[in-house]
Every structure is written in structure tokens, then in C-alpha cells.
Design a binder for this molecule. Structure first.
Ligand code: HSE
Length: 305
């Protein structure tokens, strides 16, 4: 049996929507698995991002996510000897673009498919959130589009609502240094001050309206944040200056992608060059080199191919 899935990168928070808003992007990791019943040795093949650094053993996150899935399904047929696993990754690692979420979703979908697809989408989403720890990367990776993730303590599943997809390009300015999400969450304060909470609630509401009305002129205001970016900015040199450079160059809105360090800007196609150049230039002034990706929003989420 041979299976292959393609999972999109994701950009979480979109500024003020910490752990609530996330969007899927047109940048992908592919995961393949082949079941070889009597094989005695796993073939773990890594290509692209992380090919030299990711583990090729039971510590690999795709395998660990498959194991969690097998556990729920009481599936005992599969092990690291009788499966060949290939990862072909284009999503940069530890840059706030959902590479671990893509890996978790890829692993769960493959393991579920090996086990006759017994889990439905909402069960897949629950398991992915449990492994990742927050919903706003795995949910858009599964469903596609721009997602609102909302956990109701009286329901056993995440409520997911998709916003209209903006007709905008996403400029991703990815610096060479990495930020680990775990560390980037630890520096956040445990409590949010009421004024900051009101600031963020107003922006998230405005952002939702901006997407529904396709009124992108609201975005520079609507993508502001006070509950995570100011703290994370201490680990990301001139973050606010780079975001500001994007707006001055014609972006509608700009924000820290997920837990960073990637900075993202939404703009019209005609302004891509100006915006990406302005962001890159500002970082270069600090001797920080970057890679730029221009993405579209992805509509469909994970695909079996
Ligand atoms: N909401 C998560 C965070 C996204 O900001 O920590 C991580 O990519």
C-alpha cells in the first residue's frame, strides 16, 4: 500500500488573533508512506527543508503523530520496520510558518488512511490540536482558507468557521535565524491586562469585518496586536520597523507570522516587489539576511494525492 499527502504551510494569529486565527498558504510539505509487510528495516527519506537535521527514527514528528493515531485506533499492524516514510519539505523550519503543524497533520492523515480512515475530520482536528498544543496552525492546515478556531468547553470538538479568502498576496519575509514556538510561548505573560484585551478584541472584530467586506483598507489598523507581538519583538530585531516598512511600501496590513520570526504582509499583486524589498532592506540594515516567499492563500487544506 502506498499513500501520499500534501499539507499547506500556515500563518497563525494574523496579528491580534492569538491562538484563534490562522490561514493556509500555497507552500507545501509532502509526506509519503509505503507499507512493506515483511521488510526488516525502515527507509526514512528526507528531502528539502530539514533533510540534514530532522531525525530519521522514532523521534521524527511524522512518525510520532502516526503512532498517536494508531494508538487511538488500536492499530498494531504498523511499525518503523514495515513502513517506508518520505518527507519532501518546502516549509522552512522554526520560522512561524506551521512546519510542525503540517508534519502532525501529514502523520495523522497517513496513519488514518493506513487504518481505513476510521477517524473523521473533526477527530483528526482534535488529535492534531492535542499534539500541537494550539489550534491555529493545524486547523487551517486541515481545512484550508482563513479559519477562526473556537473551543467550547461543552463540546468535544473545535468550532471552525472559514472567513472569505482575501484577494491578496502574502509576502513572507523569512530571516535566517530560528525561533522555537515553545520558547516563544514561554516568554508571554500569564495574564493579560484589561486595556490590552480590549485593544485586541477590537482589532480581531475589525479584521473579521474587513475580510467579510473585502475592505482591506481596515487591515493596517486591524492587524495590530498587544498580547503577543510586543513580547516576541524582543527576540526579533527591528520587528516593528520592518512591519512599518511594509505598510509604508503599500501593504494593507503586516504582522508577526505565528510565533515568528517570519514577518508577513498582505498586499495587492502590483505592490509585491515594493513591499518585499522594503522589508528585506530594513532587516539588511541590521545585517539580518532573509529569504522572501510570495504566497497565495490556500483554499483546500490537506490533500491526499
Ligand atoms: N498561536 C501560536 C502562537 C502559533 O502564537 O504561539 C504558533 O505558530
Amino acid at each position: 500500500m502506498y499513500l501520499k499527502v500534501k499539507v499547506p504551510a500556515t500563518t497563525a494569529n494574523l496579528g491580534p488573533g492569538f491562538d484563534v486565527l490562522g490561514a493556509a498558504l500555497s507552500l507545501y510539505n509532502e509526506f509519503e508512506v509505503e507499507y512493506v509487510p515483511n521488510a526488516q528495516k525502515t527507509n526514512f527519506i528526507l528531502k528539502g527543508e530539514g533533510k540534514k537535521t530532522l531525525p530519521k527514527n522514532n523521534k521524527n514528528l511524522v512518525w510520532q503523530s502516526m503512532c498517536e493515531t494508531f494508538k487511538i485506533l488500536n492499530e498494531t499492524r504498523y511499525n518503523l520496520k514495515n513502513l517506508n516514510i518520505t518527507i519532501n519539505a518546502s516549509i522552512p523550519l522554526n520560522r512561524g510558518l506551521g512546519s510542525s503543524a503540517a508534519t502532525i497533520v501529514g502523520g495523522i492523515i497517513l496513519a488514518n488512511a493506513l487504518s481505513k480512515n476510521k477517524l473523521n475530520t473533526s477527530q483528526i482536528a482534535n488529535l492534531a490540536i492535542k499534539i500541537e498544543g494550539h489550534p491555529d496552525n493545524v486547523i487551517p492546515a486541515i481545512y484550508g482558507g482563513v479559519c477562526i478556531c473556537c473551543k467550547d468547553k461543552y463540546k468535544d470538538h473545535e468550532t471552525v468557521v472559514q472567513l472569505p479568502i482575501p484577494k491578496l498576496k502574502v509576502v513572507l519575509c523569512v530571516p535566517t535565524f530560528e525561533v522555537k514556538t515553545k520558547q516563544s510561548r514561554q516568554i508571554l505573560p500569564k495574564y493579560v491586562n484589561l486595556g490590552d484585551a480590549i485593544f485586541n478584541i477590537s482589532r480581531v472584530t475589525l479584521l473579521t469585518a474587513a475580510f467579510y467586506r473585502a475592505d482591506y483598507s481596515l487591515l493596517s489598523h486591524a492587524m495590530q496586536d498587544k498580547i503577543h507581538q510586543p513580547y516576541r519583538g524582543k527576540m526579533i530585531p527591528v520587528m516593528n520597523e520592518v512591519l512599518n516598512a511594509a505598510i509604508v511600501a503599500g501593504a494593507y496590513g503586516a504582522y508577526l507570522s505565528g510565533s515568528g520570526p517570519t514577518l508577513a504582509a498582505l498586499c495587492d499583486k502590483k505592490n509585491i516587489k515594493k513591499v518585499s524589498k522594503a522589508m528585506t532592506k530594513r532587516w539588511e540594515k541590521e545585517n539580518i539576511s532573509t529569504r522572501t516567499y510570495i504566497a497565495d492563500f490556500n483554499r483546500n487544506g490537506v490533500l491526499k494525492i
